[in-house]
Design a protein around this ligand. Structure first.
Ligand code: CP
Ligand code: NVA
Length: 307
């Protein structure tokens, strides 16, 4: 069974192949200038079940479109409409039922352990559509976007600025697996997962921590950021925002990076918090490419899971 749970759990070569497959799929899409159904897709006539415990625009739309364009079908369920996790039915029993009805499942959930538990019980491939711990699908799209603009990401220098959250955890895993260096510009109070940091160290990953973003973004090829307050964050919002204030990507900070440095944002953005309008709408920003590339990457992820 090929589950897509976290970048650290998938072989480096396979991850590169998924990104290359996404590039191939995208090149056909552009050439045809129309929505094209893949001729020999593993997803043809298959059913993707998507379960959402949290809201989503990009992940939901891109997976839904991806599956339809590959010749498959989709069902989307809000977790609140299911028995899962409410004590009404064991996760084991739910897993048996959804394995019987669908060919592949995507889950967006709060607790990462729900995803891991389900992956052990389910009999079809499972994709991590974001948990409080990680967001691996997003990083593949970001790597595709980087490589379209600047060539191979191997050896590139990237900065993560702001909150040390689920997406930053996946960025650390991506840095190790795709061999780029990552400057983590994150305040001490909001560092990424210790477990992932020590895994990266054990893998000899090039991860450097800068509490001062001005130092961390010097000479980087790309800046990545995300909302300061993630879905389900149980924090003192006022305090967190005041600590993160100096980690805002604005024109002044951007000037310290390379002039052709890419600006990436996971989206949705809280304009005025982690990024100013001038940066997100400015010439360095590639945020809309990142969002569009989710579609091509989801197709490649689905194909990989079903291969
Ligand atoms: N970037 C991302 O996953 O967006 P959504 O929350 O809209 O799916
Ligand atoms: N870190 C954000 C990402 C949203 C796609 C969150 O978890 O809310």
């Amino acid at each position: 069974m090929k589950h897509f749970l976290d970048l650290s759990q998938i072989d480096k070569t396979e991850l590169k192949n998924i990104v290359n497959e996404a590039k191939r799929i995208k090149s056909n899409y552009i050439k045809d200038k129309k929505v094209s159904v893949s001729q020999n897709s593993n997803a043809a006539d298959k059913l993707l079940l998507m379960i959402f415990e949290k809201p989503s625009t990009r992940t939901r739309l891109s997976f839904d479109l991806a599956m339809r364009q590959l010749g498959g079908q989709t069902i989307v369920i809000n977790a609140s409409d299911m028995h899962l996790g409410k004590g009404e039915e064991t996760i084991d029993d739910t897993a048996k039922v959804i394995s019987g009805f669908s060919d592949i499942v995507m889950l967006r959930t709060f607790e990462h352990k729900t995803l891991v538990e389900l992956s052990k019980l389910i009999q079809v491939p499972l994709i991590n559509g974001l948990t409080n711990h990680s967001h691996p699908c997003q990083l593949l799209s970001d790597i595709l976007t980087f490589e379209e603009k600047k060539g191979s990401i191997e050896g590139a220098k990237i900065a993560w600025i702001g909150d040390g959250n689920n997406v930053s955890n996946s960025a650390i895993e991506a840095a190790v697996q795709f061999n780029f260096s990552l400057n983590l510009c994150v305040p001490k109070n909001y560092m990424p997962s210790k477990k992932i940091m020590s895994w990266a160290k054990s893998q000899k990953g090039n991860i450097n921590v800068f509490n001062d973003p001005k130092k961390g973004i010097k000479d980087v090829d790309c800046i990545m950021t995300d909302k300061w307050i993630s879905m389900g964050d149980k924090v003192n919002i006022k305090k967190k925002k005041s600590i993160l204030k100096k980690y805002q990507t604005n024109d002044k900070l951007l000037k310290l990076a390379k002039s052709n440095c890419l600006f990436m944002h996971v989206l949705p953005a809280a304009r005025g918090d982690e990024v100013t309008d001038s940066v997100i709408d400015g010439k360095n920003s590639v945020v809309w490419d990142q969002a569009e590339n989710r579609l091509h990457c989801q197709k490649a992820i689905i194909e990989w899971c079903l291969s």
